[in-house]
Design a protein around this ligand. Sequence first.
Ligand code: PAF
Length: 306
Amino acid sequence: MDKRVHWHVLGAGAMGCLWAADLARAGHEVTLLLKPDHPAGTGSVMVEDGQSVQSSIIRTAHTSTQPIQHLLVCTKATDTVTAVTMHHASLTEDACVVLLQNGMGQHQQLAERFPGIRLYAALSTDGAWLKAPFHVVHAGHGLTRIGGYTRNATAIALLPALHALVLPIEWTDDIMPALWLKLAINCAINGLTALHDCLNGELLDDGPRQRTMQQLCEEVAAVMQATGIAVTTGDHLYQAAVETAQKTAENRSSTLQDFRAGRATEIPALNGYIVSAGERLGIATPANRDIVDRIMQRRPLPPSTA
Ligand code: PAF
């Protein structure tokens, strides 16, 4: 049976390009949906991985001329609803929509806005950054976990369309604890790397940075415990953040890339989500609030001494 399908990928950042290239390499037809200010046509996406550079030919477009059956959303979390709304008219009735993003809140917003949508959540521990438009450096090898967010988002409806990928994927029946764990990791790493202008691994070179990571994780754990999502400790989340920082040591976090380029960051859907949840639940989250305030006001942290 020919399992090749037509994937539309929304978002031409590092993860969008990495996935578009991998889907094309696996034999799928791929259309990368671009913002109107990017020229569309046929182009190549380059993936640099250690010494090797691979190029995949894909189609780029502003809007889809065909019905969209498989949509992978790799935009910033904060742009999700606007971006999917732009292409919603092209989605088939039983389309699979996969959100592969950092952050929390956008899944719920989309499910509420489009009742009946077949929505999946995916999260990745890969480290990747854009060297130039459509040229991605795969700096850290991780795993992508995927699970259904809405009840109709079953494994059987999606997994055949993800066969033969090089990027390792794993189906997860209950994706929520994994989403929260990834949220904690991003809350501990992303804002700090931007404010210290450092690589992920450099967070571990210095005692005060590690203590801030630990405090950020303690606050996320307190919010998680209060929401009843999963029983976890700040220490467990911190260990997971340290492990990710080690595995992606040479990576520039997505927030650092955005912050350096003067773009909006995903911090509102990361630390900002924890601050809002904390307010609702009566839990103090000063370390996460400080990250949000500093990123919004573009106030880097002073250099620390270990
Ligand atoms: O946002 C990112 O950059 C990534 O989620 C991660 C895992 C922190 C690696 O840089």
